[in-house]
Design a protein around this ligand. Sequence first.
Ligand SMILES: [Zn+2]
Length: 189
Amino acid sequence: MVRALAQQTDIRLDDVEQRLCANMDDRPPGTQVDLLVIHSISLPPGEFGGPWIDDLFMNRLDPEAHPYFREIQDLKVSCHLLIRRDGQAVQYVPLNRRAWHAGVSSFCGRDSCNNFSIGIELEGSDDQPFTDAQYTVLARVTREIVALYPSISRSRITSHAAIAPERKTDPGPHFDWRRYLNSIDPGLA
Ligand SMILES: [Zn+2]
């Protein structure tokens, strides 16, 4: 019964490919989701278009396919949404559940940001611009997320680098925050 109820309340975005992965669990009871974290990822680092990001989230990354994959093959990670270079969006974790994207992290004095955040990965790297298609789709899904979770104000949209500054740099210097934030509903507080 409880399982059935949990299934019914899973929040999935329309017009987004659904590929549920195993790297998720429940948020702590009563948690208010009020933070959006923007990431970037590329596998192998700096290369786009392969199946490897999906393989990582689906726990089937081939350690023989690239030397770097041996280092990360045992990682259990995920995100709520991945936006590929061509703007294709894939949802790996329902928004109401906890994705494993932030790791050791802190926002305004609250640790463990996975508990209360939604994580979006852009296929990208620290040294290349993101694509127009990615900005377009990111704006659309952000509007949908903010409509579902009104506590995510403009000041509560942040980067992985900001919540884990010792470990992370993503989405990196090429992510155009002004373009992104201006593309969201201007009424966003
Ligand atoms: Zn990240």
